[in-house]
Design a protein around this ligand. Structure first.
Ligand code: SAM
Length: 303
């Protein structure tokens, strides 16, 4: 019998689907072996789809007030989905680029312990006000570090976090003087994060930006528990006429097997932004994309 025949005998050809069925009596209960989250089998499977649709709060929602102040927030409802999948109740979660605190708000809704680092004192103050007003939570300096994420290892102990989730600056794209910047001005929103030289969004050179950002993410390796996950929400972008595949550049940096401490890429979820306005870029001469999705890089620290 050759190798192929041997393998064939192991497959049950009559019921191939059985191999993929969950062997749990009650699919609405949490499996005893599940150390990752509090989801039942049914809920778990739904969350393994490689895409989901962005669910904004709607401009008129009172909870959108603070998110709207920031030039690039993510909606806490989208983050809730990921925190729910990658942690159990009581789990410790870090956002190293906290912005206006959407991750901590998601943690409060789900009874997880949220921590954040944010460079700009302005956004730290907005986060404080937001959490107090919306969630009746007075955040302390241990949970909200107003500082530079380059020093993460000084702020937190090794193997401390169950999950890290964030959206970093996308290089200096906020400096573009385009129609989107004009819209932000019209809406009374800030057009950049800060004027601080340590702000990653103010680095003029893309390669230097990528090196510094990936060093921060590789430092997350130490403060994350073994076998746990880091999610990074990023988008590709255009720089002049060049299309920059930021998500791919970041994956290459963070999963380099030559590094002793590297992450394993476990998946890429596409966050579909189907409600965004379409612009006639390039029309009628060439293909210029309306980038209406973000990538969520799902990385694991090996066990
Ligand atoms: C894309 S925004 C994050 C927005 C956040 N997800 C939210 O919902 O509000 C990136 C944030 O990183 C912050 N930032 C930039 N450089 C930083 C650094 N070196 N250390 C910590 N935060 C930094 C910026 O001030 C900005 O608020």
């Amino acid at each position: 019998m050759n190798r192929l025949d041997k393998n064939r005998t192991r497959i049950n050809v009559k019921e191939p689907m059985k191999m993929f069925e969950i062997q749990t009596k009650d699919k609405s209960k949490v499996d005893k072996r599940n150390h990752l989250n509090d989801l039942s089998a049914k809920e778990w499977i739904q969350e393994t789809k490689s895409f989901f649709f962005q669910k904004g709060l709607g401009t008129n929602s009172p909870e959108a007030k603070y998110e709207k102040m920031h030039p690039a927030p993510f909606s806490f409802t989208d983050i809730t989905k990921l925190v729910r999948f990658f942690t159990k109740k009581g789990g410790k979660v870090l956002d190293p680029f906290l912005g206006v605190g959407s991750t901590i708000k998601a943690c409060l809704e789900l009874e997880r312990e949220g921590f954040g680092v944010e460079l700009s004192p302005k956004w730290c103050e907005v986060t404080r006000q937001r959490l107090l007003e919306e969630s009746n939570y007075e955040i302390d300096d241990e949970h909200l570090v107003c500082g530079d994420s380059r020093s993460l290892k000084d702020y937190f102990d090794k193997n401390f976090f169950d999950f890290i989730i964030t959206s970093p600056p996308y290089w200096n794209i906020l400096e573009k003087k385009d129609h989107k910047a004009n819209e932000r001005v019209l809406n009374g929103q800030a057009t950049k994060y800060s004027e601080n030289d340590f702000d990653l969004g103010n680095l003029p050179d893309y390669r230097k930006f990528l090196d510094e950002l990936s060093t921060i993410f590789l430092n997350c390796y130490d403060i994350l528990k073994p076998g746990k996950y880091m999610n990074i929400v990023v988008s590709d972008f255009r720089h002049k006429s060049e299309f920059v595949s930021f998500h791919a550049d970041l994956i290459i940096k963070l999963t380099d097997k030559k590094l002793k401490k590297h992450f394993d890429l476990k998946g890429i979820k596409v966050l579909v932004q189907n409600a965004k306005k379409l612009y006639p870029y390039g029309y009628p001469f060439c293909y210029v994309e309306n980038i209406h999705h973000q990538y969520i890089l799902i990385l694991e620290k090996s066990k």
